[in-house]
Design a binder for this molecule. Structure first.
Ligand code: GDP
Length: 294
């Protein structure tokens, strides 16, 4: 995960540590390298600019440069600012006071919605909840089947009404959950290859019919800044409660993870780190920053 960025930053800081006493020019040189490393990792341009400016401003104070281990001090500042950049996530589902808690997963085709609907159900089941998976991706019969297979595997019930209207399916699933003691409803919606009005209209329709407690966007980390743009569009149209950033296991760069919060204001709640049903983690900015900085 994020190997490229991690290696570059670690090299920069190793050089900085080798210098002993630091001058302002040393910090500036290191920040130039940090800037390039972040841009190469596909972090949003403005995010990089603000990040480097903040770290630099905090690092060139006398207190830092004259401290006993100035390089360590600079690295600590980078670490703190990186947490701030990705910050604020809770990595939790807000459970409604009156069940069922309704979670709606949205996103483009192939991002990992169906897989993550099942992963979330599995996670919540382990926490003692009784989830219901709902198949609202009516355009691809394979998607309904995929959800049913995963549900069978996890022993989680799947609610489906075939090719019916997604809004009606979602509404009926809540009644079904109430009647059958299921306290969390996870709605898997249809994606498209690109964002379009038809998709947004359909999602708005489902949203207004079931009033979800959580609308979570599923985006593929490997698409870098495209993932950030997708998050911006979905957030402005539907209002997101959080993001599930998938395929982090294959992401060598890290641009999406480092930009989404800063650009859109949406927190990353969970990350997908593989195809298996337990390959989901709560997102912890501090752990992520530590992973990157080594
Ligand atoms: P959907 O169209 O958004 O419902 O996407 P799917 O859930 O069908 O996922 C598309 C593909 O991505 C499938 O082959 C999944 O196994 C794979 N996938 C989903 N999440 C992850 C992840 O976190 N890591 C990896 N490596 N693959 C994933």
């Amino acid at each position: 995960m994020f190997q490229g960025l991690s290696e570059k930053l670690q090299e920069t800081f190793k050089r900085l540590k080798g210098k002993g006493k630091l001058k302002e020019a040393d910090v500036s040189e290191a920040m130039r390298e940090v800037r390039v490393a972040l841009l190469e990792a596909d972090v949003n341009f403005k995010v990089v600019k603000d990040f480097v400016a903040k770290v630099k401003e905090r690092s060139i104070g006398q207190e830092v440069l004259e401290s006993l281990s100035p390089a360590q001090h600079v690295i600590k500042i980078v670490h703190e600012e990186m947490i701030e950049l990705m910050g604020g996530a809770t990595g939790k589902i807000l459970i409604a006071s009156k069940p069922p808690t309704v979670i709606m997963l949205i996103g483009l085709q192939g991002a990992g919605k169906t897989t993550h609907a099942a992963k979330l159900a599995n996670m919540l089941k382990k926490q003692g909840k009784h989830p219901l998976l709902v198949a609202c991706d009516i355009y691809r019969p394979a998607a309904i089947k995929q959800l049913q297979v995963l549900g069978d595997q996890l022993k989680v019930p799947v609610f489906s009404m075939g090719q019916d209207n997604p809004r009606d399916i979602a509404k009926a699933s809540i009644v079904h959950a109430n009647q059958n003691g299921q306290d969390v409803v996870i709605i898997d919606t249809a994606g498209r290859l690109h964002i379009n009005e038809e998709l947004m209209g359909e999602l708005r329709d489902i949203k207004s019919s079931v009033k979800p407690h959580e609308i979570l966007l599923v985006v593929d980390a490997m698409t870098g800044q495209d993932a950030v743009n997708v998050a911006e569009s979905f957030h402005s149209d539907l209002g997101l409660d959080g993001v599930i950033l998938t395929k982090l296991d294959g992401d060598t760069r890290g641009g999406a993870a480092l930009s989404i919060k800063a650009v859109t204001g949406c927190t990353i709640k969970f990350v997908g780190i593989g195809e298996k049903m337990d390959a989901i983690e709560s997102f912890h900015p501090d752990r992520m920053a530590s992973r990157i900085l080594g």
